[in-house]
Design a binder for this molecule. Structure first.
Ligand code: 5GP
Ligand code: ZN
Length: 113
């Protein structure tokens, strides 16, 4: 999807600070970090949201979760703790319609909600 921001990052048309890449996934730093570590993990293939991804490819969903943990290890926050967030749809405030996992950590994050 040429008009999708994260597809353009995957294609290299929009610059991003990439921290991890696998054949089907890419992880890069969020442009407006909410914590000392704030990395987004995305599939290279476009899916609008978690509903579309899980309906189409559960293996790819598992790869994204695996990579979220690997990012946390590489960032040195796996033992201090981290949060993985997937905003899906309007009530969650999803702003980029290309499914992505937020990996957040490096400080006490407080309770959800
Ligand atoms: P959402 O609100 O959809 O769950 O998360 C979208 C995230 O994408 C936000 O945290 C936002 O800061 C991040 N973001 C928006 N535009 C860009 C961009 O151009 N580059 C990067 N690296 N992150 C972006
Ligand atoms: Zn996309």
């Amino acid at each position: 999807m040429s008009d999708c921001l994260f597809c353009r990052i995957v294609a290299g048309d929009v610059p991003a600070t990439v921290v991890r890449e696998s054949p089907r996934t890419l992880a890069f730093r969020d442009i407006a970090p909410q914590a000392p570590t704030h990395v987004l993990v995305v599939p290279k293939e476009h899916y609008d949201d978690l509903a579309a991804l899980t309906a189409a490819d559960l293996d790819l969903a598992a790869e994204l979760v695996r990579d979220a943990h690997r990012v946390a290890v590489a960032e040195g926050i796996a033992s201090s703790g981290y949060r993985v967030v997937v905003n899906t749809g309007p009530d969650a405030g999803q702003t980029v319609p290309h499914v992505h996992l937020h990996v957040l950590g490096g400080r006490a994050l407080g309770r959800l909600g």
